[in-house]
Design a protein around this ligand. Sequence first.
Ligand code: GLV
Ligand code: MN
Ligand code: MN
Length: 400
Amino acid sequence: MSDDLSSRFRALWDEIAPVGRDAASGGYLRYALTGTELELRAWFRAQAQRRDLPVTGDGNGNLFAHWGDPEGSDAVLTGSHFDSVPHGGAYDGPLGIVSAFLAVDELRAAGVTPTRPLVLAAFVEEEGARFGVPCLGSRLLTGALDADRAAGLRDAAGVSFAEALGDRPAGARPELLGRFGAFVELHVEQGRALVDADAPVGVASAIWPHGRWRFDVVGEGNHAGTTRMADRRDPMLTYAFTVLAANKEARLRGAHATVGRVAVEPNATNAIPSKVTGWLDARAADPETLTGLVDAVRGKLAERARRDGTEVTVTEESVTPLVAFDGGLAKRLATLLGAPVLPTGAGHDAGVLAAHLPTAMLFVRNPTGVSHSPFEAATDDDCAAGVRALARVLEELTCR
Ligand code: GLV
Ligand code: MN
Ligand code: MN
């Protein structure tokens, strides 16, 4: 049943819905620090201003809007990210930010005055779709990623992160991080667990360990019509075999392996490629299984390269260890909300911050169960239920 909060959610949601939407695919192109994401960051500032929440930055591209003293300690942090994967869904990230503003409205309308500062966050480059490293902003803030390495990361056009940011990133900010006493990220669910549980909202228990490995396969570019089959050193064969091997090795272990990105040189129909680069995204419920999976794929890649006469280099681009969210906090929130607790295979800034402060995640039901795709979905009523849940959680944490 739709209510007033559903309508207010829709009204605020409609303000950002057109930004970065690709009319052909229906998905979003909101890469960090590009025009569309900058527009959303301006929207964040405007929403904060509308609510008298001063905005600060951390020198890494992350934005914070403060209800309460910006220098205050033991603050409760909530928020998510604006950036998307190529042709991603509308909800992955922005739902957590829009819900944070609406939760503030709910608390104010109920006359709640927090005794701890409340901080709303927009983290930069969560997807890693532009500069390759996911959760770039939260990794920088926490010191999980070196500022010099981040500064030098380049997008497909050769623009560095430092250039896009307009400055060298500040890197670890322990004094700022030390002011946060808890973090709660609300996010659209990226699977069907809440559909199966018939629940609009859930609480996260853990994030699978996961990472990204780039494999560069170099062969010999040559003519498709005149090069004898026996004389070829074709990196596409090594690449193709590796994709199939990764799928098989993941299935054997109950893990996940995906190769969703490939670059071919020179990318001509009538030329054997000189180089193929693939990106392996691997995830598993525990670190041993993940290591076993990646080692097995590396082994298959090397073996196949020997047969093909190609050369391979494997580069680890990012690894996120297993995240077990604060069990006591998850249980407390699940009891408060009467919500189920579930693990996820998706990465989040909450996973990075969980190593430093008590952290929890709320998930909002996604009827399609699809994400990183235009078919990602959430109903306005479920989003309103998410806002209500977030407001209850923030009241519980800021007024204890
Ligand atoms: C982030 O959405 C990830 O899990 O890749
Ligand atoms: Mn995502
Ligand atoms: Mn996300």
